[in-house]
Write a protein that binds this ligand. Structure first.
Ligand code: GDP
Length: 313
């Protein structure tokens, strides 16, 4: 099972999915467009959340960082006049140091993450979407800034005029991503931000053609007229999409050049009109506990059972 992921909504789903299907059968393709270098180390927020989820160390109060982490280095840097853009925990920073060390020694990001996953005893495959650097920038009335500057430094408060994923047209999916998708018929688009998490994955050259041959089930990150958390609403609006599950579906139609086979929306969501071609399934998508994530994961897996297996010449 292939699952496309950002760093909050889909990891919540993964917490349940690993109870439904064997972990070694799960491949997560993770957004890298929010990655950034901080104090000499490469921070990969979405990948790290997925790593910590499978390592059972994720801080589920925030959905980033390691549970019960300390902040000694971050505090010392601040006292020394070097405030960091992110409040990075000490154990979390160790991940960043190890990854950056491997990269400086010539390993790809994919190889570095494989090494980190192996050393944490993780059996799922966690694959960065690409080994090429890509960066999401937000255009505000004043200037264009990196997504992390918009979201962390400015708390997501500036008006958003547009979203640019820099270098996405040159970002080939990694060989590991291509071979994982080649070997699997079923792809889940998790309940992640359609603009800044799923968008970069689907916009890599060749992805839409590859996914057109797959059975695709997507879960909406929007309920009613608002996301469950984060800036998805404002970013969708800035990109010309209605902030609703219908808007998410329209966004995926544009990204995929086609509709997903199944679109799962919340049981309390507003009616969604479709012009056919997609099965709308209602479920409780508010993952406030692992039990609820597991129940949703079962619905997701079940929804593939009704889809014909794709047979290609
Ligand atoms: P990011 O990388 O931290 O932005 O995280 P993601 O893109 O993976 O997830 C952000 C999206 O997850 C937001 O648009 C939220 O609305 C959505 N989300 C978070 N929790 C839930 C949940 O319990 N259910 C659903 N349906 N969506 C959720």
């Amino acid at each position: 099972m292939i699952i496309l992921s950002g760093g909050t909504g889909t990891p919540k789903l993964l917490a349940g999915m690993r109870k439904v299907i064997p972990e070694e059968e799960i491949t997560v393709i993770v957004n890298t467009a929010e990655d950034t270098w901080v104090s000499g180390n490469l921070v990969c927020p979405d990948i790290d959340t997925v790593l910590y989820l499978f390592a059972d160390t994720i801080d589920t109060a925030k959905w980033w960082g390691i549970r019960d982490d300390t902040f000694t280095t971050n505090d010392s840097l601040k006292r020394a006049g070097h405030p960091e853009i992110m409040r990075i925990g000490d154990k979390d920073r160790a991940t960043h140091i190890l990854r950056s060390d491997l990269i400086r020694k010539g390993r790809t990001l994919t190889e570095a993450i494989r090494e980190l996953a192996r050393s944490s005893g993780i059996r799922a495959s966690i694959l960065p979407m690409t080994d090429h650097p890509v960066a999401t920038h937000i255009t505000t009335p004043e200037c264009e800034m990196h997504f992390q500057e918009y979201w962390i430094t400015h708390g997501g408060s500036p008006d958003v005029l547009g979203v640019n994923i820099h270098d996405i047209d040159a970002a080939a999916p990694s060989d590991a991503v291509l071979s994982a998708i080649d070997g699997d018929d079923s792809v889940i688009i998790g309940p992640s931000n359609p603009i800044t998490s799923i968008g970069p994955i689907l916009r890599m050259p060749g992805m839409r053609e590859i996914l057109r041959e797959k059975r695709v089930v997507a879960i909406s990150p929007i309920i009613g007229d608002a996301p469950v958390s984060g800036p998805a609403g404002r970013l969708m609006h800035a990109c010309g999409y209605e902030v609703s599950s219908a808007g998410v579906l329209e966004c995926y139609r544009d990204l995929l050049g086609d509709l997903p086979d199944v679109f799962i929306i919340d049981r309390d969501d507003i009616e969604i009109g479709t012009d056919g071609g997609v099965e709308i399934v209602r479920a409780d998508t508010m993952m406030t506990s692992v039990d609820k994530s597991e129940a949703l994961s079962r619905r997701v897996v079940d929804s593939f059972r009704n889809l014909p297996v794709q047979i290609h010449a």
